[in-house]
Design a protein around this ligand. Structure first.
Ligand SMILES: [Zn+2]
Ligand SMILES: [Zn+2]
Length: 92
């Protein structure tokens, strides 16, 4: 089952809300958190077997995939430590 997270940077106020993460009923594809150093965003992208993950915003393949339980990540915009918080609710 998948869930949602919010990303928020206290320093530069960059935020992304309701990012879907996790798995539905099957193993692939699943949604993984990423940080894109090309367009400097945080988001989630579909991971397929045998396929490079791409940024959901700029389609660049230089994305850093973050574990589902990541709670701290450096903000892609300003480089300061920022928080990822898990929200109530789930998706299938
Ligand atoms: Zn920031
Ligand atoms: Zn990007």
């Amino acid at each position: 089952m998948g869930f949602f997270v919010d990303f928020r940077c206290q320093n530069c106020r960059y935020e992304e809300r309701d990012i879907g993460v996790g798995r539905g009923k099957s193993e692939f594809p699943f949604l993984a958190l990423f940080r894109c150093d090309n367009c400097k965003t945080i988001g989630s992208t579909w991971i397929n077997e045998h396929q490079l993950p791409l940024c959901a915003h700029c389609y660049h393949d230089a994305v850093v995939i973050l574990p589902d339980d990541t709670t701290r990540v450096n903000c892609p915009k300003c480089g300061e430590p920022a928080l990822i918080t898990r929200k109530e609710g789930a998706w299938q």
